[in-house]
Structure formats: structure tokens, C-alpha cells
Design a binder for this molecule. Structure first.
Ligand code: PLP
Length: 848
């Protein structure tokens, strides 16, 4: 019979081995091989089966622990690994050095709906979560004082299997926090309980789990406690991306508002420094901004000043260029939570109408509250996650900065990266003794034979893993062992291996490669130069379209003539991913450009010497060169989707047949594919360092965290005088902007120089609160100025009696060509991060 409930009895560790406690609880073991080896030594079989130190300790025979406690060698290893952890947790690292010469924040809070740190903590669904996990790990390695904030899901994201027909089946295993590397946050002996007032006089309560990711604490809120007497509230954290809109908004309120409260409790209890910078990883975390405003209002600031402080120190990262991927709620629903008389939020906003808050989420569609818009409005600094995605975001959100050219929209870009120690296979890491910085130089000096044999061994391991998983999957689908004998020798360790693993979202086009099934069949089964293809990915449980795509692949792969060369592996997650990235020769990615914000799987492949074969989208658009892989030509601009797919599939087949496959099989007299290996070497040495999460976190620190920390200090100094001043300035400019007019522009030419004077009516606004600029450059036939020079103009004295000020400048125009210029007036304040920030600009009246 089945157990109604399960629980674990832990054998106390012998005192000699007490350090295994902290070693199993700190998730640094995820990227520290010596720690992993300790647990493998304790029980190799359990380690192999679970990859989880806590499970090894839970299942180990007490006699084995006694035996190890008496083993001097083992005790010495435990001490050494433990000492290494302690040292790792204390060393100043890169951030400590950077802080010597730069103003850095004393703390940074990083909020995300999901965190993919390890497969043993399954509270992530895919790219966004794994990115957040890699962010924490790199922040730990670099020594940032960062604290992660997220939710603890009882069932996380689903586990995927297939039924007999190849249709996706979802399972939701229950996470028991007591079996996970989590500690309940307590104050003295009492668990900390976070409360949020709900409409109808109810209260949403949550406890807080703490995971240690190296030196980074990760706080996870959990609503599954008895204090929540109603099922709706108790179920808020039941699963990730599972419920309806109401469920989702409750999760986001718990993350944003509850997260700030949990953070405050954690800081109070641990005595750590208060974070001054708050990073919203995607719009889900937007309510942290409203909660921070509430805190300042409760402390006596007016709303505008509070908002100015919060904006100065919030960073918003947007992750999707697909409008349908943006989180939007009916404004009524948001109002119901924020406006209810008995809601703590509106009470503490001292009578401010909730519309003040709901305006933060306004968009063109009336009645819709847009979480990304709130993110931008409450974050003075914002970014997309690749250079291309930055550009696409500037266009997508240009409405928030009306009047500005798309290029001037103040959304930057920090290209994502992946955590090297997690994603680089052990054999590659060992060449540079785990030192990321010296790895490129070491790879540059490796003999080609070594690069190739290292990679071939990883491909062989992948083949073994494919066989194991294909057999297990077949059993799960109801096939008998006898029917599955073929899985024992499916795939071939010597054959060109292509990987394709990602969510089955429509734009990722899982089945593009099957557009011409006969052609794909020929490619796979070529007798001289065959190809094998490993495919994985989950469809969202509500996405029957995605499930059909998976089924199409599974059906195609079932053909007895093909099944040795193409396989769909169910349940794509971190543990499977590691094998595929390490063992594939080529990583395929064919999204509909420009819908892939960044993509990170190709980066993980590249870190292991894989060559990318991808549409020029996301990160690949900026990092592809001719030596690290191949760009699939994109048919962007072809309106007919079907035709576009045909064209791009054709381009993919042609690249494979004419370039990729011949190159892989072109061997020298020693059997070495010399050109291929050179491309691998180039990828490892030149591309590798650019795709690391350590590069990404350094970029965030220097470009966003530190400027935000400085802005925060400026806003708070002198009892928030800076923020008050900025808030007042905003009011002044927003009310007075209507009377700002560029009333006339004069020009004079002096010896090839151009003097431009603008007569600007400034109304009530002080001239020093405006920036007037000459925008000068070549013009196109229809009068657009391209790549202009932007030159500040100086005021020539005070307002004249009619309220005008003359601004002028002497400029050097380009030596030749069709030239043109205009003048623009912008608000200017030293605490604005960018002149475009307030979305206000004035040009000369047409014909003036
Ligand atoms: C890296 C990774 C992803 C994200 O990959 P994309 O290229 O962004 O689609 C998803 N799932 C797993 C398990 C990963 O390791």
C-alpha cells in the first residue's frame, strides 16, 4: 500500500564528521567537485542515483558512517574540503577589490519568480530560473553582498513523461522542505511569519526558508502553513506557473510585497547590511516597488519623494520580446488587492487612492495593468538581456517615452551569461585547475589531439546517457524490455551529434527541422556521413500546441529506420542538460528572430567546445563570428509564416549538407577533423570568456548596481533632501512642460562652422533645469537624421521679458554630404539617470 505521508529520520553525524552537515547544506557543492566526491565516497550508489548530498546522508547505513569516522584519510578530506568552504565564504573576491576604488552598495536584493540552482531544489521551470540561479552563483564567486528572494513551491514545475502515444504527461512530485538544503528562518525559536492583508479582512501568511548558495542567502517564501486557513491562500505557492490570473497575482504579491518583508526580517535577525539596490528579474517582482514606497510613506515621506528614492535604487530587467509573454492583469483585479479598505497597503499609503499605484501599470489598452510597465516606471535603470533584445525592447516599450527616437529610449542591455563551474564539464575545467580566468590561455596551448579526444570522451558519455534515458522512457511509456532491446545500441559514439533542447514554445520552432521529413531522413541516415540528433524540452501544461509538436518529434523518432539516429528524451532539466551540452558537437537553435531574448543553452554548449548552428537571434546575434559556428540565414520580413519557415528550414538543411557535415567528416591522416578542432579551440578561448555569468554579474555591478547605489545615497542624503528635490522637480517639469516651446531657430555660417541659436520659451521652468541640444548629421532623402552628433547648447543670459531664453552653440558640421539638424529641449536634473528618463522632449514647431 502507498504511504499517506512520508518523513525522514536522520542519523546524527558522528562528531568527527560533523562538517558534512554544513557541506551538505551549502549548495556550493553544486559547483565544487571535491565536495561531490566526498559524498560519492560515502555511498557511491546513492550518489549516482540521487546526486544529492542530503539524500546520501539520509539513506546511508549508520555503520558506514562509523567506519568513515574511523578512517583518517576520509576525516582529513572532510576537514580540507570544509576549510576550503570556510575560506571561500570569507574571501573578499573580486567585489572586495572593486569596492576599494568604487562606491558600491552594501547590499543588493535580487528578486525572481524562479531560481534554478540545482536539480535537488526543483523550483524552476527553465531559462529564466536557471539564469537567476547562475546569477546567484556568480555573485557568490565574485563576493557580492547579494541576497536572493523567491518563492518555495510545494510542487515546483512539473516532471515530464510521455504516454504510449507520445503525448506529454505531467507529474508534480511534492517537495518536502525538510529533505532539502533549507533552513526555516526563525527569530529566537519562533518561525518568522510574513503577513499581507488581503481583501475581505483575510491575511496571507508565509514562512521563510533560507538556502545558502555559496555565500548568497536565498530567501524562499512558503504559504503552505496552518495560519492560512483558507485553501486559496494556503495554495499560493503550490506550483510554479500553474494557476489562473488570481493565483498568479497572489504569487506576485507574495514575492514582491512579502519578499521585501521577509528580507527586512532576515536583515534584522542576522544583522547584515540593508540592501540599497533592488533588482527585479522580470516583471513578476514589480510589487517590490510598491512595497518599498509603502515603507517610506509609513516612515513619513510623501508619495512622490518615496517614489523618487525607490526609483533611484530599483533595477528592472525585462526578459521577453514577445508581447504575449508580458505579465498583464485586469486593473480591477489589481485594484481589488491594493484598494480594499482593509488592505494593509492602502491603509499605509495614508489614504492615497489606489489609482496612484495602478497608474504605474497603465498601458494603451484601458483596464489592463502591465507588470513590465510598472517595472520600467519604478526602476530608474532597466535593461534587456542581449544587445539585440535591448534594441527590440527600446522599440517595444517606446510608448513609455513618447517623442523620443527609439535609439534614445533609456533601456540598456546586459547580455546574459552562464555559470562556468556549473556548466563546464569536469574534464575541461581540470585543464585549468578550475581557474576560469586562465582557461582561455590553457586551451590555446592544448594539442589538437587532446581537444578532440576530450570532446570524444564526452560524446561517448552522452551516448551512454541517451541509451539509459531512452530505455527508461520506453519502460515508462509501457513498452517491454523485449521491445526496447534496440535502445542498448542506439546512437553511435563516432557520429556527428546535434543537440536541440528547449521549451516547446511556438517561437522556438521545435519541428522546423522536420519541415521536409524526407530530407531530414536522408541527412540522418546517410551511410557515409550520418548525423544523430538528441532532442528534449517541455511544453507548458496548458499548451496543447506545444505538446503536439513534441508528439510529432516522438512519432518521427519512432520509425525503426530512424530511431537509432534521433531521440526525444523526456524531462529536460539541469541534470540532463549538463550531459547534452557537454557531449554534442553542434548546438542547434532556430527561433523566429527576434523572439529569443537571449538564449543561454548555446552558451553552455560553447563552454564545452560545442559549435553553434543558430539563427542570428539573442546572444548569437552579437557573438557569432565565422569561426565559432554558423549563422542560419533568417527570412525576417517575410510576412507569410509558412513561407518563412520553408525558407529558413531550407537554409538550415543546406548549411548542414554543404558545410557542417562535410567539415565534421573531413579528417587528416590521423583521423582528426583539423578545421573543426580549430573552431572548437577558437570557441573555447574567444567565445568562452564572453558567455560567463561572472562577466554578466560584473557588468551588472559596474553598469547598474553601483550607479543605483550612488543614486540611492544622493536621494537619501540630508533626510531625503535629494529625493524631495527630484520629486519637486518632476512636479515642476510635468506641470510646466506645456509652456516650453522652441519658438525660433537662427543659424549663421562662419568659416565652415555653424552657429545655431534657439529661442526657447521656458515658462515657469528655470533655464538650468533644461538641457537644450543641437542634433546634427547627415539626412536621408526623407529628412531623417542618421547617427547624429548631439551637442549641448549654452544659454546666453537670462529670460527676456517675453519669458524666452536664447541657447546657442558653434558646431563643426561634417565636411560634406546632405546635412541637417534640429534642436531639442529636455528636462535636466543631476539625479535623473538619463535625459530621456521622464519621457519629455520638445522640438521646434514644424516650419518654425
Ligand atoms: C540553459 C537551460 C535552459 C534555457 O535555455 P535557452 O537556450 O534559454 O532555451 C532551459 N532549461 C535548462 C534545463 C537549461 O539548462
Amino acid at each position: 500500500m502507498k504511504a499517506f505521508r512520508r518523513f525522514t529520520v536522520r542519523v546524527p553525524l558522528p562528531t568527527e564528521l560533523a562538517a558534512l552537515g554544513p557541506l551538505s547544506h551549502n549548495l556550493r557543492w553544486v559547483w565544487n567537485p571535491p565536495t561531490q566526491e566526498l559524498f560519492a565516497t560515502i555511498d557511491a550508489e546513492r550518489w549516482e542515483a540521487t546526486g544529492d548530498p542530503l539524500r546520501v546522508l539520509a539513506d546511508v547505513d549508520p555503520a558506514r558512517l562509523t567506519e568513515l569516522a574511523a578512517d583518517e584519510d576520509f576525516r582529513a578530506r572532510v576537514s580540507a574540503v570544509h576549510a576550503d568552504l570556510e575560506e571561500y565564504l570569507d574571501a573578499p573576491q573580486w567585489f572586495g577589490g572593486y569596492a576599494q576604488t568604487h562606491p558600491v552598495p552594501p547590499g543588493i536584493a535580487y528578486f525572481s519568480m524562479e531560481f534554478g540552482v540545482s536539480e535537488v531544489l526543483p523550483i524552476y521551470s527553465g531559462g529564466l530560473g536557471i539564469l537567476a540561479g547562475d546569477h546567484l552563483k556568480a555573485a557568490s564567486d565574485l563576493g557580492l553582498p547579494l541576497i536572493g528572494v523567491g518563492l518555495f513551491y510545494r510542487s515546483g514545475y512539473f516532471r515530464q513523461s510521455l504516454d504510449h502515444e507520445g503525448w506529454q504527461v505531467e507529474r508534480y512530485p511534492v517537495n518536502d522542505p525538510r529533505d532539502l538544503p533549507l533552513t526555516l528562518l526563525t527569530d529566537g525559536d519562533a518561525p518568522v511569519v510574513i503577513e499581507i492583508a488581503m481583501p475581505g479582512g483575510r491575511t496571507l501568511s508565509a514562512q521563510v526558508w533560507v538556502a545558502n548558495v555559496g555565500r548568497i542567502p536565498l530567501l524562499l517564501l512558503d504559504s503552505d502553513i496552518a495560519a492560512n486557513t483558507d485553501d486559496q491562500l494556503r495554495g499560493v505557492t503550490d506550483r510554479l506557473y500553474g494557476g489562473d490570473q488570481e493565483h498568479r497575482i497572489l504569487q506576485e504579491i507574495l514575492l514582491g510585497i512579502g519578499g521585501v518583508r521577509a528580507l527586512r526580517a532576515y536583515i534584522r535577525i542576522t544583522g547584515r547590511d540593508e540592501p540599497t539596490v533592488f533588482h527585479m528579474n522580470e516583471g513578476h517582482a514589480g510589487f517590490l516597488g510598491t512595497e518599498r514606497i509603502r515603507e517610506y510613506v509609513a516612515a513619513g515621506l510623501d508619495f512622490d519623494t518615496a517614489e523618487a528614492v525607490v526609483r533611484a535604487s530599483n533595477i528592472f530587467t525585462t526578459h521577453t520580446p514577445v508581447p504575449a509573454g508580458i505579465d498583464r492583469f485586469p486593473t480591477d483585479l489589481v485594484n481589488r488587492y491594493l484598494d480594499a479598505d482593509d488592505s494593509g497597503i492602502s491603509r499605509l499609503l495614508s489614504g492615497l487612492p489606489a489609482s496612484t499605484i495602478t497608474e504605474l501599470g497603465d498601458e494603451a489598452d484601458p483596464g489592463v495593468f502591465n507588470m513590465a510597465h510598472m517595472g520600467f516606471r519604478l526602476g530608474q535603470r532597466s535593461n534587456g538581456v542581449s544587445q539585440l533584445h535591448g534594441a527590440v525592447s527600446r522599440e517595444m516599450f517606446a510608448d513609455l517615452w513618447p517623442g523620443f527616437d527609439v535609439a534614445d529610449v533609456p533601456i540598456g542591455a546586459v547580455t546574459n551569461g552562464v555559470h562556468g563551474p556549473t556548466w563546464v564539464s569536469r574534464v575541461w575545467r581540470d585543464f585549468a585547475a578550475g581557474d576560469e580566468d586562465s582557461a582561455p590561455e590553457v586551451y590555446a596551448g592544448l594539442p589538437s589531439e587532446t581537444i578532440w579526444s576530450t570532446h570524444e570522451s564526452l560524446r561517448a558519455e552522452l551516448v551512454a546517457e541517451v541509451r539509459r534515458r531512452a530505455h527508461a522512457s520506453g519502460r515508462e511509456r509501457g513498452f517491454t524490455d523485449a521491445e526496447l532491446t534496440w535502445t542498448a545500441d542506439l546512437f553511435d559514439p563516432g557520429v556527428l551529434t546535434i543537440g536541440f533542447a528547449r521549451r516547446a514554445a511556438t517561437y522556438k520552432r521545435l519541428t522546423l527541422m522536420l519541415r521536409d521529413p524526407e530530407r531530414m531522413r536522408r541527412i540522418l541516415t546517410d551511410p557515409d556521413r550520418p548525423v544523430q540528433l538528441v532532442i528534449a524540452g517541455k511544453a507548458h501544461p496548458a499548451d496543447d500546441g506545444g505538446k503536439s509538436l513534441i508528439q510529432e518529434v516522438v512519432r518521427f523518432a519512432e520509425d525503426p529506420q530512424l530511431r537509432d539516429r534521433i531521440v526525444f528524451l523526456p524531462d529536460y532539466d539541469i541534470s540532463m542538460a549538463r550531459h547534452i551540452y557537454a557531449g554534442c558537437d553542434v548546438w542547434l537553435n532556430n527561433p523566429v528572430r527576434p523572439m529569443e531574448a537571449c538564449g543561454t543553452s548555446g552558451m553552455k554548449s560553447a563552454l564545452n567546445g560545442g559549435l553553434n548552428l543558430s539563427i542570428l537571434d539573442g546572444w548569437w546575434d552579437e557573438m557569432a563570428d565565422d569561426d565559432n559556428g554558423w549563422a542560419i540565414p533568417s527570412a525576417e520580413g517575410v510576412e507569410d509564416e509558412n513561407r518563412r519557415d520553408d525558407l529558413e528550414a531550407e537554409a538550415l538543411y543546406a548549411l548542414l549538407e554543404d558545410t557542417v557535415i562535410p567539415l565534421f567528416y573531413r579528417r587528416d591522416e590521423n583521423g582528426l577533423p583539423t578545421r573543426w578542432v580549430e573552431m572548437m579551440r577558437h570557441t573555447l578561448t574567444r567565445l568562452g570568456p564572453q558567455v560567463l555569468a561572472s562577466r554578466m554579474v560584473r557588468d551588472y555591478t559596474t553598469e547598474l548596481y553601483c550607479p543605483a547605489a550612488t543614486a540611492y545615497v544622493a536621494a537619501c542624503a540630508d533626510d531625503h533632501a535629494g529625493a524631495r528635490d527630484l520629486a519637486e522637480y518632476r512636479r515642476e517639469v510635468e506641470t510646466g512642460w506645456g509652456s516650453v516651446v522652441v519658438a525660433g531657430v537662427d543659424e549663421e555660417h562662419e568659416d565652415g562652422l555653424l552657429r545655431v541659436s534657439a529661442h526657447v520659451a521656458v515658462g515657469e521652468i528655470a533655464p538650468e533645469h533644461l538641457r537644450v541640444q543641437l542634433v546634427l548629421g547627415r539626412v536621408t532623402d526623407d529628412g531623417e537624421i542618421v547617427d547624429p552628433a548631439i551637442i549641448d547648447m549654452k544659454s546666453e543670459g537670462d529670460r527676456d521679458p517675453s519669458g524666452r531664453v536664447v541657447f546657442s552653440v558653434l558646431a563643426t558640421p561634417p565636411a560634406s554630404g546632405h546635412l541637417g539638424y534640429t534642436v531639442r529641449v529636455l528636462p535636466h536634473h543631476e539625479q535623473l539617470s538619463h535625459d530621456a528618463e521622464l519621457g519629455l522632449v520638445r522640438y521646434p514647431v514644424a516650419g518654425g
